[in-house]
Design a protein around this ligand. Structure first.
Ligand SMILES: Nc1ncnc2c1ncn2[C@@H]1O[C@H](COP(=O)(O)OP(=O)(O)OP(=O)(O)O)[C@@H](O)[C@H]1O
Length: 730
């Protein structure tokens, strides 16, 4: 295309895309009007109006989130038709069937991602727009079937992967690659495992798959929602903004530690303890620990009735316990069976004693009356109640697990490893969460749990009401003063709290996150290699339909309780009915850095293949040896250097290094510049030290430096000496 031809086309494209923005603005205006109307609505139940307000607010947010690069591509078919591809679909106002812009998830948009010279899918040309905000700055074309064409014209991809990273992850809708697109749109409804080395876009692909499922299965997903599980709050924050920008909000983000609502994790387990707690052997331990709380008395306990005293002895308790266990009910529900049998057995003893001497077997009616009287007396017997509470106590997961940890005797009785002992039973760790969740099912409901739930609901109701008022305040600038006033008058907090009890109008994500018994339509598990057998049991309970997208990399595993094989981890739930896909191209780490990380990988995981970097940066990663006292200054040098550059930076090091975060805290994250401090100590820290160092080295999108005090570990010999290379990008 000549320059002049290009300029003309660019003008035309700008005009078309300006038309799209005009259409978007009209839709926004309409959405805002609907929102205002919903706020001011009268004559319908307030509760319906709340729901309406929420839907309208969401609609407005969705339209706001697509402003940057609304339209990023164009596809021309062989027969000359054009389709513009964008973050959402837009239709001609007059004619609803005439798409002005195709949603990237629509089937018709698929060739945009997968057409290649070898398989052009009836396409003649793919055009990619480059834009800054609303301004189209240029475009690149690939024309299929032309000699010499063939590779994807990946100017857009290279620009995207080279750009400095800002806060949080961005969507990749404009540059999804064919191997990624295949996974995003995969029709498989069951368990899908996506494995790939660092930076291969596993997280990006999983999130785009969620957006795709929400688009194609809107009805089902908007009833059930999607759960996204990630390794840390920092990570969830990093990825949290990707989905809204894709236009979705029926999604709950959680770490495995968040999966029991209301529980706070305050402590950390040693790796060995985490391994023990993560093993599915704990299911047996917990069942035994519950059984251990179902006791028989050591000595007979006398139970005084009005006319006679009977003994609750081992025999009575053991028989009642057997019956209660045989009922197959969870502990708290089986308690009623236990009680019933104790009462029946004691009543027989009492009746026999009382009737002895003056009633004969023929006095049937008198026996029956006596039995009824005694049973009634036993049923309301406070002393018996107290004894039964001791023998078969009502338990919550917390009141079972905390005393178990604190008692070597109880641990031994449950067949648990003595290493599980801890002095503060209630100092919960993330590895306790799946155990507590398991116990909810083993123990069943009890009054105390119901009371706690009621209290929680009341607290949530108040919080929810306050939240609605906050939303109103936030939107103040956008609202007419009179509308705002009437809305505030109508939506005062107590009123909202009252109505909350009648009908729940919270967002799906809010309701789901607060409800331990919620079942999701789909679950995404990121960094899935870290999850233990016990964690998987929780997740399967949350998604009985077993619709999972699982992404991870066994080589990056840190947790001693994590997966060493997907097949072994998934066998109990999916047998061999799960699909596996691999991603092989690294979009994050430049080739120079990946070479160094790859050498390390070859040492600790010789069977794993390092991903291939999509680009080289021309900057060699460096190392520098520092004397003991020099470390803080050397770190400060790096930070100062990076402060002057665009993008993000991090210092990663073992505990105790000032200003450094441990490798585990950077899981799944990325930074433009990474300084790894004392790799020799990271390597030496535990059996997974090499995997931790591998994670640390592969966080960089542009620059990597390493500071060491001991001699540089041989496996990092690919690094250039800091002073032998020019300072990066100088
Ligand atoms: N098709 C693409 N176009 C543009 N950028 C991409 C593409 N695929 C991935 N990326 C970018 O590559 C980086 C790495 O992606 P992501 O974090 O999803 O990788 P990952 O496989 O989850 O990595 P890790 O295993 O290290 O956590 C991100 O910045 C992501 O936006």
């Amino acid at each position: 295309m000549s320059n002049q031809g290009y300029d003309e086309e660019l003008r035309d494209e700008r005009a078309y895309i300006a038309g799209l923005y005009a259409r978007l603005d009209r839709e926004r205006e309409q959405a805002r009007a609907r929102y205002r109307a919903a706020l001011g609505e009268t004559g319908i139940a307030l509760v319906d109006r709340d729901a309406d307000v929420r839907i309208r607010a969401r609609e407005a947010t969705r339209l706001n989130a697509v402003d940057n690069g609304l339209c990023f591509g164009r596809l021309d078919t062989l027969s000359g038709e054009r389709g513009y591809i964008g973050r959402i679909g837009l239709f001609d106002g007059e004619n609803d069937y005439e798409p002005l812009l195709l949603d990237w998830r629509a089937p018709a948009a698929r060739p945009f991602y997968v057409a290649t010279a070898a398989s052009p899918e009836n396409m003649r040309r793919r055009r990619q727009f480059h834009s800054v905000g609303r301004r189209v700055t240029g475009f690149t074309d690939e024309v299929f079937g032309r000699p010499g064409a063939g590779e994807r014209g990946d100017a857009a991809l290279l620009a995207a992967v080279t750009a400095p990273r800002g806060e949080g992850m961005r969507d990749i809708v404009a540059t999804i690659q064919a191997e990624q697109d295949e996974i995003i749109r995969l029709g498989h409804a069951g368990v899908l495992v996506v494995e790939g080395g660092p930076g291969t876009g596993k997280t990006a692909v999983a999130l785009h798959r969620v957006a795709y499922l929400l688009y194609t299965q809107r009805e089902r997903m908007s009833r059930t929602g999607v759960l996204v599980v990630g390794p840390s709050p920092l990570f969830l924050d990093h990825i949290g903004r990707v989905l809204p920008s894709l236009g979705e909000s029926d999604v709950v983000f959680a770490t495995t530690g968040d999966l029991v609502p209301g529980l706070r994790v305050t402590a950390e387990d040693a790796p060995e303890v985490a391994r023990l707690k993560g093993s599915s052997k704990m299911v047996g331990v917990l069942a035994a620990a519950v059984a251990d709380r179902q006791r028989v008395p050591d000595e007979p306990v006398p139970v005084e009735l009005a006319d006679v005293t009977v003994d609750l002895d081992r025999g009575v308790a053991a028989e009642a316990r057997l019956e209660a266990r045989r009922s197959g009910l969870p502990h708290n529900e089986a308690r009623a069976v236990f009680r019933e049998h104790v009462v029946a057995l004691l009543a027989e003893r009492a009746v026999a004693k009382i009737g002895e001497g003056w009633l004969t077997p023929a006095d049937r009616g008198a026996w029956a009356d006596l039995r009824a009287d005694v049973r009634e007396e036993l049923a309301e017997h406070e002393q018996l109640d107290a004894v039964l509470d001791g023998l078969w106590p009502e338990l919550t997961p917390e009141t079972l697990l905390a005393p178990l940890y604190m008692s070597p005797r109880r641990l031994a009785a449950a067949g648990a490893d003595p290493a599980l002992f801890r002095a503060d039973g209630g100092a919960w760790t993330v590895s306790d969460v799946p155990l507590l969740d398991e116990l909810v099912d083993l123990l069943g409901r009890d009054d105390a749990a119901d009371r706690t739930a009621a209290r929680r609901r009341a607290a949530e109701a108040a919080e929810y009401s306050a939240g609605v008022l906050d939303v109103l305040k936030l939107d103040r600038e956008e609202m007419d003063e009179d509308v705002l006033l009437s809305a505030e008058n109508l939506l005062y907090a107590e009123d909202l709290a009252d109505r909350f009890g009648e009908r729940d109008t919270r967002d799906l994500a809010e309701r789901a996150a607060a409800d331990r018994d919620w079942t999701y339509g789909h679950v995404v598990v990121d960094e899935a290699q870290e999850l233990s057998e016990m964690d998987w049991r929780v997740l399967v309970r949350r998604c009985p339909s077993r619709s999972f997208t699982i992404v991870g990399d066994l080589a990056q595993r840190r947790s001693a309780a994590g997966a060493t094989s997907w097949a072994a981890m998934l066998a109990p739930y999916a047998g061999d009915r799960w699909q596996y896909r691999e991603l092989t191209v690294n979009y994050r780490t430049p080739a120079e850095i990946m070479t160094v990380a790859g050498a390390l990988l070859a040492r600790f995981a010789p069977d794993a293949r390092p991903p291939e970097s999509v680009r080289a940066s021309g900057v060699r990663p460096w190392s520098r040896q520092v004397a003991d006292g020099e470390l803080p200054d050397a770190i400060a040098d790096f930070t100062r250097d990076e402060d002057g550059r665009e993008g993000t930076a991090v210092v990663i090091g073992p505990p105790g290094v000032p200003g450094a975060v441990p490798p585990s805290a950077t899981k799944g994250l990325e930074f433009d510049a990474v300084l790894v401090v004392e790799p020799e100590r990271i390597l030496a820290e535990g059996p997974r030290g090499a995997a931790e160092l591998y994670v640390a080295l592969t966080r960089a999108t542009q620059r990597l430096g390493v500071l060491h005090r001991e001699p540089l570990p041989a496996v990092l010999s690919g690094l250039a000496d800091r002073y032998a290379v020019s300072r990066p990008q100088e």
